[in-house]
Design a protein around this ligand. Structure first.
Ligand SMILES: NC(=O)c1ccc[n+]([C@@H]2O[C@H](COP(=O)([O-])OP(=O)(O)OC[C@H]3O[C@@H](n4cnc5c(N)ncnc54)[C@H](OP(=O)(O)O)[C@@H]3O)[C@@H](O)[C@H]2O)c1
Length: 253
């Protein structure tokens, strides 16, 4: 029994650790975007598969018995590929995705938008925005070379940032006090983020809301319909279960 975890998230690492500790054969797959990723226990492979065809080939070649798509909520392409590859090879597939921030008590006061360009449009009047939307979204905001944008990234940007922008390189989790200090020190007048969900990066939302700073939040992309679990514990139970009703039809305990 070989379980392929499509990873790149803390949940994927936790899942791999738990399954390896259980004695299961686990391969974690990483896209290879991050310079020095925290590697999960068990086997690890790095790099794209070459689309759905390549992934299907990989599943066959490595006799993968089930796939957990534990990729980030904003990584949409790999999830479509995973569904297609699972379909073609009749491999059970489940999606592990942490809940988003829609349920946050203040979420009704935030402006929800579909993408980076829409976020820039609704925050057009801001003079000192705080951007925590990730490295891949930065081109959407490059027209803001005329203002003092504070950007926080985990990895260095792949292209030079506009001269006026200030870069903070750090990795969460972040505290409420620390986030409040950043918002105040830089006189931030809008927080632009994306609905990553979870608690590691949530404090900025509370801090901004308490300070009366508007929050613009990019909603998660559309996803293929795949059985969906929200916690690592539920996914461990699914992986241990031998209740196999066919590829994505395998029941959720
Ligand atoms: N997007 C985010 O905001 C974000 C944030 C934190 C972490 N991540 C992690 O970073 C990775 C890339 O994100 P993305 O938004 O670029 O994804 P994406 O747009 O869904 O994927 C683009 C391509 O990257 C390859 N890929 C993505 N995830 C992979 C994985 N786990 N293993 C092997 N190949 C993978 C696939 O290439 P092939 O078609 O060649 O197979 C895929 O078609 C994901 O694993 C995700 O979990 C993303």
């Amino acid at each position: 029994m070989t379980i392929l975890i499509l990873g790149g998230t803390a949940e994927a690492r936790q899942l791999a650790a738990a399954l390896v500790a259980d004695g299961l054969d686990v391969i974690s797959s990483l896209a290879g975007r991050v310079n020095s990723p925290s590697l999960p226990p068990g086997r690890v492979r790095v790099g794209g598969f070459g689309g759905a065809d390549g992934l299907a080939e990989y599943l066959r070649g490595h006799q993968v018995s089930s796939v957990v798509d534990a990729t980030h909520p904003f990584a949409a392409t790999i999830s479509v590929n995973a569904l297609q590859a699972a379909n073609r090879t009749s491999t059970p597939l489940v999606r592990l995705e942490r809940p988003g921030w829609h349920g946050h008590p203040r979420s009704g006061s935030w402006t929800w938008v579909a993408n980076g360009a829409a976020a820039r449009a609704v925050a057009a009047a801001a003079s000192t925005p705080f951007l925590t939307t990730g490295r891949q979204s930065l081109p959407d905001f490059h027209p803001w070379a005329d203002r003092d944008v504070l950007v926080r990234l985990v990895d260095p940007p792949t292209a030079p940032l506009p001269q006026r922008w200030i870069l903070i390189m750090s990795r969460g989790p972040y505290s409420y006090a620390g986030e409040r200090q950043i918002l105040t020190e830089h006189a931030i007048d809008v927080l632009i983020t994306k609905d990553s969900g979870g608690t590691h990066t949530m404090a900025k939302l509370d801090a901004a809301s308490d300070l009366g700073i508007p929050v613009v939040i990019i909603a998660r992309p559309e996803r293929p319909q795949v059985p969906h679990l929200e916690t690592v514990a539920e996914t461990i139970a699914w992986c241990r279960s031998d209740d196999d009703l066919g590829f994505v039809g395998r029941s959720i305990p």
